[in-house]
Ligand binder design. Structure first.
Ligand code: NDP
Length: 482
């Protein structure tokens, strides 16, 4: 008897998340009303429905947060025994694990990413970062042999909307482990997991003022950068804003790390296991709707396997399920904001206008919310905007090459240098390619894999400084001679 295996939705319940109608700013260990008196609405991008009202911090609010962080630095945190600091970080990690489902649902609700990703990637990795850096807190002298590491002071940390909780963990965990205090601003469109994180801090009984979380748009970020009481800025976001921050800081002596955009090459050689490579291509560009700075957004395929690769890729694209982020079957969720959707649509149109060939699988999109069908462009010239600019959406541009040298030249032909992927069965070729690719992270026969022990960061317009691993501590310590 024939059986129809129809799709049935498997939505995660959102009941576990208890949102407040409005949030204040988390300063000095408690929520306070914004001095600005201003708030804005944060929404669910998959339904275009309001979720909560959050504060728009102004200059006076930023000043208050920086003073709270300074007070905590001088008063408690920098004086605490390192093993005591570690205890708090371990507690935070464990509480994140205990409340993982709540965080995963909230992250998908506010950001639009599939629950499978927030559940299996974002939240576990965020907890793993706190565990990892908890381990370093009382071993800094081993991390920097023959030097005397000491904390820098107050760190202002500004993060984007693509991995809200994970970027928070990347920023806060090393800063605290090294003995600094922080003021962190989540992105305007995705503040809610950072605000829920304040409750984790309360549960962990972190001393007041060690972590302050303030919400607002780019104006708040600019005030944080300009504040004279801040010793270090850590920024992840667009190259344009990164450059503006660098200009503001010139000559101030403040420390800075920038993790900016990317336009990574995912390079497939003709000896690569093709089915696995196609999975790697899909994961490289459609993971998190392509809202990934290290996304494999330029596919470089060796000419002899071009036809076979594209045929397999298109077939695989037809199986991608686009829709409700809270459905456990969903592969590609909602675009984070209307603004980002417009940017993606404009760049895709430029690809069509410049003469590239577009393919989009048949796909029924929900009526409300922000969506973009997974897209691949073939017939792409290196000069096209879709081959040069960061689209930050589910859009792949395919180029071809004949020799390894040509692959390297094309891969490096970009102002960015954040990441790359190499697919081949030859280990020697992987090593040779890795030496010549100007990219901070190079994956071999895999893509978009992250580990707290592994440093991450870019060259050229992708920024400077490393996050993760022992290298990630460097940004948060001053090193005196032993
Ligand atoms: P931004 O660089 O504007 O945002 C990153 C963070 O910086 C946000 O918290 C933002 O606040 C804040 N910010 C904005 N302006 C300033 C400023 N002048 N000084 C200090 N902080 C500021 O990125 P967008 O969200 O506007 O995205 C634009 C493009 O940037 C995307 O299309 C994508 O190409 C790229 N991008 C790259 C990321 C990466 O990880 N490489 C991450 C995010 C974006 P607010 O949320 O209010 O804008």
């Amino acid at each position: 008897m024939a059986t129809a295996w129809d799709y049935a939705p498997a939505p995660e319940s959102r009941d576990i998340v208890r949102l407040q109608e409005r949030y204040g700013l988390f300063i000095g260990g408690k929520f306070v009303e914004p001095l600005s008196g201003e708030r804005y609405t944060t929404i669910d991008p998959a339904r275009e429905e309001p979720l909560s009202e959050v504060a728009q911090a102004n200059k006076a609010d930023v000043d208050r947060a920086v003073k709270a962080a300074r007070g905590a630095f001088d008063g408690t945190w920098s004086k605490l025994r390192p093993s005591e600091r570690a205890k708090y970080l371990f507690r935070i990690a464990r509480i994140l694990q205990e409340r993982a489902r709540e965080f995963a649902v909230l992250e998908s609700l506010n950001g639009g990413k599939p629950i499978r990703e927030s559940r299996d990637v974002d939240v576990p990795l965020a907890a793993a970062h706190f565990f990892y850096y908890a381990g370093w807190a009382d071993k800094l002298e081993y991390a920097f042999p023959n030097r005397k590491p000491r904390p820098i002071g107050v760190a202002a940390q500004i993060i984007p909307w693509n991995f809200p909780l994970l970027m928070l963990a990347w920023k806060i965990a090393p800063a605290l482990a090294a003995g600094n205090t922080v003021v962190l601003k989540p992105a305007e469109t995705t503040p809610l997991s950072a605000l829920l994180f304040c409750d984790v801090l309360r549960q962990a009984e972190l001393p007041p003022g060690v972590v302050n979380i303030i919400t607002g748009d780019g104006r708040t970020g600019a005030e944080m950068v300009a504040h004279p009481g801040v010793d270090k800025i850590a920024f992840t976001g667009s190259t344009e804003v990164g450059k503006a921050i660098q200009r503001t800081l010139a000559g101030t002596g403040k420390r800075l790390t920038l993790e900016l955009g990317g336009k990574a090459a995912n390079i497939i050689f003709d000896d690569a296991p093709l089915d696995q490579a196609v999975e790697g291509i899909i994961n490289g560009i459609y993971f998190n709707q392509g809202h990934v700075c290290c996304a494999g957004s330029r596919l470089l395929v060796q000419e002899s396997i071009y036809e076979a690769t594209i045929a397999k890729l298109k077939r695989r694209m037809r199986t991608l399920r686009v829709g409700d982020p809270l459905d456990k079957n969903t592969d590609v969720g909602a675009i984070n904001s209307k603004q980002q959707l417009d940017k993606i649509a404009a760049l895709v149109q430029s690809g069509v206008d410049e003469g590239a060939e577009i393919y989009q699988p048949p796909c029924k999109l929900p009526e409300r919310g922000y969506w973009f069908v997974p897209t691949v462009f073939t017939n792409v010239a290196q000069s096209y905007r879709i081959a040069q600019e960061e689209i930050f959406g589910p859009v792949l541009s395919v180029l071809t090459f004949r020799t390894p040298d040509e692959a390297i030249e094309k891969a490096n032909n970009t102002p960015y240098g954040l990441s790359a992927g190499v697919w081949t069965e030859k280990g020697s070729r992987i090593l040779a390619m890795a030496q010549k690719l100007r990219a901070g992270v190079i994956w071999a026969n895999t893509y978009n894999r992250f580990d707290p022990a592994s440093p991450f960061g870019g060259y050229k317009e992708s920024g400077f400084g490393r996050e993760g691993g022992r290298h990630g501590l460097e940004a948060y310590v001053a090193l005196d001679d032993a």
